[in-house]
Design a protein around this ligand. Structure first.
Ligand code: LLP
Length: 418
């Protein structure tokens, strides 16, 4: 079911026509569908119904407080990677007791804040990190809950920049060193071993790499239990892909059924199963509305210069990512091949290339599938204020982040004294 559809020739988000949003809030504006986010989240929740499970939304994908609030109300936990993200969870009314803390470089201050907030688990990635968590826990007189992020060395068959489960990635603990790290952790009085986790990459469109990784992780769980190290949860990470163009990722339920089958085959069906999805919750629940400023005829290519740019949506510039582009109102004339580019002073500032569209200055277009890693990766390059964000809920539109003004952008800066 699509939450963004053309009705009477005009693209809508749920019950709201996008030109009305552009009129009221300006452009560029990120538009999210509340129902789309809830529906994607429930895909996980329903597939896990009846078992002990926790879905920790990987908030790096989209960390707007309204998105977090919505998911917290649905029962989500959160996968965080910084003290800043923990502060957002708390500000949004999320439960720190449902937070897992991932990432290779947790600072002492971040570990301390997480222990004080009472998070569910640190997903540890190295021996020095164990030592650091142990030292902070000792100083605070508490026991730190940990899990080891295993690098299962499987190929997730995705873009090299977002593949994380191969030997030469910086992520996770090498498979052959995992048992030693668990033994070390289990001996420390201020550490409590609670789980195991892995995350093999992002925008994964096949079940097989997940099952391969699960087999390796479950074999470790078996060995640990034989040694008397009993885990409370198994976390299979995030990474499930979405359809940007013609990809056909498995449905959430299909992925979960395949993993549950392996878990049960190993006799671990009674443990809490966890996931850390980001993109598959919010990716197709958002789009970016932008306005055509100029049509420019080049020597070899034609350009539609729009008011959104690489600072708003970095994925095309960073990964040559493909996003669908749709005219918001029915085109008047015949289409032509155009590149959709922004006003930033970089050749890499493009949002889409070689698309057949009939555009004129003033037209609105939607860059699709922009709900994940869109606004959360936006910057202020070229002193461009970041876009507004709105959440549509049926016929209602809520402004969930106002557009930044130039004064916002230099509010933290100072001129020299004297
Ligand atoms: N868990 C961990 C430990 C992660 O590192 C990530 C994403 C996730 C979960 C969520 O993965 P997802 O379900 O969203 O695939 N900026 C890139 C994606 C980077 C993903 C980083 N890690 C992009 O725009 O494609």
């Amino acid at each position: 079911m699509s939450f963004f559809e053309h009705r009477n020739g005009v693209l809508h988000a749920e019950g709201v026509a996008l030109p009305a949003i552009a009129e009221r809030f300006g452009t560029p504006t990120y538009v999210y569908s509340r129902a789309a986010i809830v529906s994607a989240f429930r895909g996980y929740r329903d597939a896990l119904a009846g078992r002990k499970a926790l879905v920790c939304y990987a908030m790096k994908a989209n960390s707007n407080l309204a998105v977090l609030d919505l998911l917290a109300r649905e029962g989500a936990g959160f996968d965080i990677v910084s003290g800043g993200e923990l502060a957002r969870v708390i500000a949004a009314g999320g439960d720190p007791g449902k937070v897992v803390f991932s990432g290779v470089g947790k600072s002492e201050a971040e570990i301390e804040a997480a222990l004080k907030a009472g998070i569910l688990c640190f997903n540890m990635e190295s021996v020095p990190e164990l030592e650091r968590i142990d030292a902070v826990a000792k100083r605070l007189g508490v026991k730190a809950p940990v899990s080891v992020r295993v690098n299962p060395d499987v190929d997730a068959k995705t873009h090299p920049y977002i593949s994380t489960g191969l030997k030469d990635n910086k992520f996770g603990v090498a498979y052959e060193h995992t048992l030693d790290l668990y033994r070390d952790a289990a001996r420390r009085p201020n550490i409590e071993v609670v789980g195991i986790d892995c995350h093999i990459g992002s925008q994964i469109t096949e079940v097989a790499p997940y099952v391969d990784a699960a087999e390796r992780v479950l074999a470790l769980v078996d060995t640990l239990e034989r040694e008397g190290i009993v885990l409370h949860h198994i976390d299979f990470g995030g990474g499930l892909g979405i359809t940007y163009d013609d990809e056909t990722p498995p449905a959430t339920g299909e992925l979960i059924r395949a993993l549950v089958e392996r878990v049960e085959a190993h006799g671990h069906g009674g443990k809490t199963l966890m996931f850390e999805p980001g993109r598959s919750i919010v990716g197709n629940a958002g789009l970016l509305v932008t306005k055509v400023e100029f049509m420019k005829r080049g020597e070899t290519r034609n350009f539609a210069i729009v008011d959104a740019a690489m600072n708003d949506l970095a994925r095309p510039a960073m990964y040559e990512a493909w996003h669908g582009v749709q005219a918001i109102a029915a085109p008047a004339g015949a289409g032509e091949r155009v590149d959709i580019v922004g006003p930033v002073c970089e050749s890499g500032d493009w949002l889409a290339r070689d698309r057949e569209l009939a555009l004129a200055p003033g037209d609105l277009i939607a860059v699709m599938s922009a709900g994940a890693y869109g606004m959360s990766m936006a910057s202020n390059y070229n002193t461009r204020g970041r876009a507004a964000e709105v959440m549509v809920d049926g016929d209602a539109v809520h402004l969930i982040r106002r557009r930044e003004t130039p004064a916002d952008l230099f509010a933290l800066e100072s001129r020299l004294p004297g």
